[in-house]
Design a protein around this ligand. Structure first.
Ligand code: BGC
Length: 391
């Protein structure tokens, strides 16, 4: 326990309000995303709960904006001041922002790292100042000074991505039972950013699920690119994924009889780049008509519309409101002088120690459960799904 201060304002009742607030607001916010620091409570009153620094990687993906806003609002409702920063996916920017948060007197840090290995000196400074550090969604690696980790079950997310691909190909039904469909199906494989610890978990979960079908010949990977290093897309960039898919089509498919039947994609932004590459190369229509089945992650609104239109096959929904609430719970535990409750103390070794973690569950979104998972829960409105744009 490193935090030395106790704050009356951060009482359980305030937490209950903050959780209710978090779960009530959807992913699409009417507010403009915050690009700089904010340091007040909603009511404009002076916060009594101390300053919490919140470092998010980028605003180019909706989920991080939603995460940042939900954490900020929940903390403010609980009486804390918040300094929320987004770093444009630039490592020096994020390091400098965290340095500044420490200088500004942050009592706790919530960090979603761009590069999980690049923050050692910031974490050393935080530890020296007695500031608890909560690693948010992405594990910070190679440092003793990470106190807690809140995330989803990332291996299971990978299993779900591969499962949805197998469902899209008709190999499994939606209950996970084998249909007897033997293929062979041509698939290509994409992974996330190699500097994001999550990317390996997603990949391992997916490949453990797909490998038996590759071994038995139900699936083939015509490009031969089956290693993580070949499949990885630095910084999760949509354009890089589009380019890699175009290169694979050119080198392996164009001018042959081969057709792509499915693509493992670990993030909706990559999925949309892959879809564009395929469409630019003559693939068209819907999955029901033979368009390749493509997986995803994050239930971004543009992809949810593509799923509703049967162009992208599936995505994985990770409710960022629940993750934000968990980060706030952990922060309050530290600042009230306690320890947050972990539900996993085995799987997340950051290279120096196993970081106590709280893992949340995720769901596969298909066209037929968009309403029950995303609309009924208030994550997106029916109008947003119809337009593909967050309001
Ligand atoms: C997150 C994913 C997200 C990806 C790209 C990962 O660390 O866990 O939800 O799709 O980053 O932003």
């Amino acid at each position: 326990m490193k935090a030395k201060k106790y704050f009356a304002a951060a009482a359980g009742a305030a937490l209950a309000i903050s959780l209710a607030a978090c779960s009530g607001s959807g992913a699409g916010s009417e507010e403009e995303p915050t690009s700089g620091a904010t340091g007040s409570t909603d009511s404009g009153e002076v916060a009594e709960g101390g300053l919490v620094g919140v470092a998010m990687p980028t605003q180019t993906s909706e989920r991080w904006i939603a995460d940042g806003e939900a954490v900020e609002k929940g903390l403010q409702d609980a009486g804390y001041e918040v300094e929320l920063q987004f770093a444009n996916d630039d490592i020096p920017t994020q390091s400098q922002q965290i340095d500044q948060m420490i200088t500004n007197g942050a009592e706790a840090l919530i960090i979603a790292a761009i590069d999980g290995t690049a923050l050692a000196s910031q974490l050393d400074a935080a530890a020296a100042a007695g500031i608890p550090v909560i690693s948010y969604d992405r594990l910070i690696r190679d440092s003793e000074n990470v106190d807690f980790y809140v995330t989803f079950d990332n291996y299971q997310v990978g299993v779900q991505q591969a499962t949805s691909l197998l469902v899209g190909l008709g190999v499994l039904d939606k209950d996970g039972a084998e249909t007897g469909e033997a293929g062979p199906f041509n698939v290509e494989l994409f992974a996330g950013s190699p500097d994001d610890n999550n990317a390996t978990f997603f990949w391992n979960g997916a490949m453990d699920t797909l490998q038996p079908y590759i071994d038995s010949g139900v699936l083939t990977v015509p490009s031969g690119q089956t290693d993580f290093d070949q499949a990885a897309i630095l910084r999760w960039q949509q354009e890089t994924a589009q380019k890699r898919m175009e290169d694979i089509l050119t080198s392996t498919y164009v001018g042959t009889d081969l057709q792509v039947d499915g693509v493992l994609s670990p993030y909706d932004g990559l999925s949309r780049g892959i879809i564009t590459a395929l469409q630019n190369n003559g693939y068209s229509g819907t999955v029901a008509d033979g368009f390749p089945a493509i997986s995803g992650q994050d239930a971004e609104i543009a992809s949810v519309k593509l799923i509703a239109d049967d162009v992208q096959f599936a995505t994985i929904f990770k409710d960022t409101r629940k993750l934000a609430a968990q980060a706030i719970t952990a922060t309050e535990a530290y600042l009230e002088g306690g320890e947050p409750e972990a539900n996993n103390t085995e799987d997340y070794d950051n290279g120096v120690k196993v970081v106590p973690s709280f893992l949340l569950e995720s769901d596969i979104v298909y066209s037929d459960n968009i309403e029950s998972l995303l609309v009924d829960s208030g994550y997106w409105t029916a109008e947003e799904v119809a337009s593909g744009v967050a309001e």
